[in-house]
Design a protein around this ligand. Structure first.
Ligand code: NAD
Length: 480
């Protein structure tokens, strides 16, 4: 077992095991090999994690913000110093090619730790003059935050959630996806090495039921989930029972709109980035590619030519550009969507085949808005291309979905670009590019795609609360 950690859980600064928990096998999606054997958290493990977080949080919140930030920035440096080994672990855990995990996953996590580490000491309240009297506000930590991750960017998600949480003085109990449990354990070790006091970042393993028991615990003040819409609805409802704060980063079916005047090569490149990166397993993917009729032929020709050159293979080989899907179940699901699109009358432009757990980069044209592939999140390397005539029509069609995570527009017309973006119902948008998510830019969805924002200064607001203080400066004027 080439990636066996010292124990399943990391609690209060130490590895912890409880073999009474249900077994959890960690499988390399590229080979089917078992790379680690873990156990799900038992109630005793969950209790230990929440107790440790509760105990550690008050002392951490009382520290100078600049000290908290320094520890986060040290953790970022440690991540960057061991970039190669962390990327290899991420590749084994997720099946994503090393050429992605070396530049996207952990490096993006390090960006978050450095960014929020730097921001920690900049957070201030306001003073409010009231004519003699005055008020002021303090931005305080929430307390114990639960983070629950998806399997597509496991280590990045752990960093994106823990960095703003810890910067604001909270503690975190993090439950990674049961399919990708390894990166968060490495992050816990790195935090300890960086000097983070014990109990502030705890990792517990398990399937959905472990997540569910965390969400309803009285010690928990906030829940941040990255996952699918059905899970989001359940977690949001459970958190509401205790009136807990939430951040919900959920699924999408995002539109990418390409007008006739767009640069074809850039638009094709962006559409490929928006559908094939991480074998299409990206929440913000632009899976509905609307192409104006005048550019359609040129776009599809270049797209097919470039998509057919994508190299599938061993994710640890630096030449490999696309790895397998995460699991046999996800693979079956994606193949079913491909078969369904063919049956519903979409034109298969390229791809559609599969090799083991790998699916070829697949493009469908002539997709209509009522087809299943136009409405549901596929989460695989499957692009749906739609035709359109004019701006008003495409805006209405782009918005005709329950999702609202992301959107993109390609055009050389400056005012049209901003006008269209202004009309799109999406939380995260791009003009003449796609899927870039720098830590400086808030990220998140509207409609069913989520609540709250990660990244940017905005994320700090979702890991803190305002205390208002009225200061009376004169005698109390009571009417009694
Ligand atoms: P999922 O919803 O199946 O699981 C997400 C996490 O929730 C897992 O850790 C799972 O164990 C846990 N969980 C399941 N049921 C639970 C419950 N009742 N209570 C508490 N926790 C529970 O999602 P997934 O298959 O791991 O990830 C893919 C989905 O995530 C896609 O829909 C994708 O769009 C979405 N996603 C969104 C973002 C974003 O930032 N918006 C990022 C990545 C992935």
């Amino acid at each position: 077992m080439i990636a066996q950690p010292k124990a399943s859980h990391y609690i209060d600064g130490n590895w912890l095991e409880d073999t009474a928990g249900a077994p959890l096998e960690v499988i390399n999606p590229a080979t089917g090999e078992v790379i680690a054997r873990l156990h799900e958290a038992t109630p005793a493990i969950i209790d230990a994690a929440l107790n440790a977080a509760k105990r550690a949080q008050a002392e951490w919140a009382a520290r100078k913000p600049v000290e908290r930030g320094r520890i986060l920035r040290r953790a970022a440096d440690l991540i960057l110093a061991q970039g190669d080994s962390l990327a290899r672990l991420e590749t084994l855990d997720t099946g994503k090619p090393l050429q992605e995990t070396l530049v996207a996953d952990w490096p993006s996590g390090a960006d978050a730790l450095e960014y929020f580490g730097g921001l920690a000491a900049t957070v201030t309240g306001e003073t409010i003059p009231l004519g003699g009297d005055f008020a002021y506000t303090l931005r305080e930590a929430l307390g114990v935050c639960v983070g629950i991750g998806a399997w597509n960017y496991p280590s990045q998600i752990a960093c994106w959630k823990s960095a703003p949480a810890l910067a604001m003085g909270n503690a975190m109990v993090f439950k990674p996806s049961e399919m990708t449990p390894l990166g968060a354990l490495r992050l816990a070790e790195i935090f300890t090495e960086a000097g983070l006091p014990a109990g502030l970042f705890n990792v517990v393993q398990g399937r959905g039921a472990v997540g569910a028991s965390l969400v309803t615990d009285a010690r928990v003040d906030k829940v941040s989930l990255t996952g699918s819409v059905p899970t989001g609805r359940k977690v949001y409802a459970a958190a509401a029972e205790g009136v807990r704060h939430v951040t919900m980063e959920l699924g999408g079916k995002s539109p990418l709109i390409i007008f006739d005047d767009a640069d074809v090569e850039s638009a094709v490149g962006a559409a490929m980035m928006a559908n094939f990166y991480s074998a299409g397993q990206v929440c913000s993917n632009g899976t509905r590619v609307f192409v104006q009729k005048g550019i359609r032929k040129a776009f599809l020709e270049r797209l097919a030519a470039r998509a057919e050159k994508i190299v599938l293979g061993d994710p640890l080989d630096m030449a490999t550009q696309m790895g397998p899907l995460i699991s046999p179940a996800q693979h079956e699901k994606v193949l079913a969507y491909i078969a369904g699109a063919c049956a519903e009358g979409a034109t298969l432009v390229t791809g559609g085949g599969n090799h083991g757990q790998f699916v070829e980069p697949t493009v469908f044209a002539d997709v209509t808005d009522d087809m299943t592939i136009a409405r549901e999140e596929v989460f695989g390397p499957v692009m749906a291309v739609f035709d359109f005539d004019d701006e008003d029509e495409v805006i209405a069609r782009a918005n005709a979905t329950e999702f609202g995570l992301a959107a993109g527009v390609f055009t050389a017309d400056l005012t049209r670009a901003h006008r269209v973006i202004g009309a799109l119902e999406a939380g995260t948008c791009w003009i003449n590019t796609y899927n870039l998510t720098p830590v400086e830019m808030p990220f998140g969805g509207v409609k069913m795609s989520g609540v709250g924002r990660e990244n940017g200064k905005a994320a700090l607001e979702y890991y803190s609360q305002i205390k208002s203080v009225y200061v009376g400066m004169g005698p109390v004027d009571a009417p009694y």
